[in-house]
Design a protein around this ligand. Sequence first.
Ligand code: PLP
Length: 384
Amino acid sequence: MHEPTDRVRRAERSQIRVMYDLAARTEGDIVRLEVGEPDFDTPAHVVEAAATAAREGATHYTSNAGLPECRRAICDAMATDYGVEHDPEEVVVTVGGMEALHLATLATVGPDEELLYPGPAWPNYVTQAFLADGEPVEVSMAPETGFDLDADRLIDRMGPTTAAVVLTTPSNPTGRVYDPEAIRAVVEAAADHGVYVIADEVYAGLTYDREPRGVAALCGHPDHVLTVGSCSKTYAMTGWRLGWLAGNRDVVDEILKIRESTTACASSVSQHAAIAALTGPQEPFEEMYEAFRRRRDYVVDRIEAIDGLSAPRPEGAFYAFLDPEVEGDSLTFAKYLLEEHRVVLAPGSGFGTAGEGRLRLSFANSMDRLEAGLDRIEAGTASY
Ligand code: PLP
C-alpha cells in the first residue's frame, strides 16, 4: 500500500485556519479579527523598487544565501534596530520567517529529539518539529503572569534529548515581550545542555513599551543562538515571503546545503523589495507602527471596561489574548461568536494546551472595525 509518511500525517490543520474558512463561507457583515497580518498595503516606494528591479532583469535565481546587498541590508537593520550583530556571510535570506524556522529546526533537531517552546505558542513549531522527525514539547507558562517567560519551568524541562528551544518575543498569541533576565537564564542553561536557541523575532519591530532588543543582543551573541526575522509584519510585506535566518557560520553553511534542494533562494524580486524596505524611507512604517500602538491602547481600554473579559496587556505584535469568563472550550465559543454575533477570533486551543479557554484578537484592523468587533464580543460574552 502506498501511504503518506507519518511525518506529514502527524501534522494537523491549524484552528486559526478552521475559523478563517468558516468565516469565508459566512455571508453578511462579519468583523474579522482572527487574521495575523498587517491590514496595511506594502508602501509604494517598496513596490516601485521591486517593479523597477523586475523590469531591469532581476528575474533570475540568486545565490542560495541571497543577494549580497540584501544580506548587507538585513545585517545593518538587525544591528541598528535590535542590536543583533552579524556578518552578511552569517545570514540566509529565506522565503519568510516560516522557511527560516523550518530550516533552523531541520538543522538543529534530529529524529526523536525535542523542540521545546513556551506555550501558548504559534502552532507551526509543532509541524516543523514533525517534519524534522522530532518531538514538539510545549512547556506551559502561567496565565497569572500573563504567560511571561518562566525560565525555571523551561530549564527544568531541558533534558538529554532536547535539541532546541524556540523563544518568540514579542509573542504570538500573547503579545508578551519576554523579560531580558529570563531570556538570559534560558540562553545560558541552553548552552550548558547543548541546546540551540531559535529566537523567533518576526514581530521585533512592533514592540510598544520598551526598546526592541534581539535575544542574541541581550546575551552577548553566543554561537548557539539562531535569529529569525522577517519583512512580513514590520514592513507590511506578508505576501512577498521574505525573511532571514542569522547564526554562526557552521549552521548557516549546513543550511545552505539543504537549501539547494528546497527553495534554492528567496524570490529575486522580493529581495529587491526588502532592500527598499530596509534601507529606504521609514516614515510609512513608522505611521503603521503608531497606528498599531493607538489600536493597542484602544483595545486595552475596551477590554478593561467589559465585564467578564480580561487580557494580559499586549507589549508587542498585534494580538490581545482574551480571557472570557465563559464555560466550555474556546473553539465552540469562537464558533458561537461567529454564528450569533458575527465576529471572528482565533480559538486559544489553536496555540496549544496553555491557550485553551482563551481567544486571540488581532488588532491589525481599522479602528471602526475594532470598535464594532469589541461591541460584538461584549454582547457575545454577556449572552453565552
Ligand atoms: N513566527 C511567528 C510567531 C508568526 O506568527 C509568523 C506568522 O504568522 C511567522 C513566524 C512567519 O511569518 P512569515 O513567514 O510571514 O515571515
